[in-house]
Design a protein around this ligand. Sequence first.
Ligand SMILES: [Zn+2]
Length: 329
Amino acid sequence: MQMKNTQVMNRRNWLVACVAAVMLGCGGGIAPEGDGTGDGNGSASAGDGGKLKVTATVNMVGDLVRQVGGEHVEVTELMGPGVDPHLYQATQADLSKLRKADVILYVGMHLEGKIQDTLEKMNGQGRKHSVSVTKDIDKTTLLKDPEAAEYPDPHIWFEVPLWAQTVDVVVETLSKADPANKADYEKKGAAAKDKMTALQTWVTDTIKNLPEEKRILVTSHDAYSYFGRAYGFKVVGLQGISTVSEAGLADRTKLVDFIKEQKVKAIFVETSVSPEAIKAIASDAGVVIGGELFSDAMGKLGQIEHGNDVGTYEGMIKHNVSTIVNALK
Ligand SMILES: [Zn+2]
């Protein structure tokens, strides 16, 4: 996504816009670090005994592919832990990974703003499938980026039932590329959706421990609007939906005032965004950093934090929710 002048000018009104947008939406929506070493010949079939080579952009998508693809796929991720997809530019090595893949899966909706065109163009090259996992999402359920009305907010993985809608696209895409294992992809896809249903129950039960008036989430960037809508939080991000721009001084002052007025106990840094601005605000507002949240990147597969493997989608969501509830209650 290109930075727009209007976006810069509008940033002045960010606080009003963010709070308003989230409040409108509030109120009960329901709704490895792996580097593929295969050097395939681009054959889009696992029928030769090899595994289907799948390249995912961010690790939330990599997790989906591991769940649905299981032993039939070899997953490569372009962006590891701590990497910001809004700013991400592909290297030559990445382009090579993309070219070698049988299947490419990405979030889309301009999350991977600087490489989305490349991803789209790769679809249909040779026998390659390059597909956005959000392509079939019910568009009426999407939130807008308040500062770029033409784009939806891409951070849908924080509303678990919405992210569950992406599973069918993964099943469909892997099945097209590897029809021999279609039945297994369908079975594993159904299991993945069941897991997300259970996760949604866990999240709503855990959040019940936090009184409604304490559900205010202040973070670096607006990655949590869907989370706010789904679970009843007011969400304020210092930067807009994308991390392309820096927060201005006026924004910081407003945020400090807001935190004091609302008696917010803690604010949060994100693993994929520089923490300096949020740390300065915490100091000015006299509040603590409540912990580090995963936003646009998960942790490393096998990295256990308080009993959760934050390299998995389920573990990442549980880590965030526990961190938020414990710090704010
Ligand atoms: Zn983001």
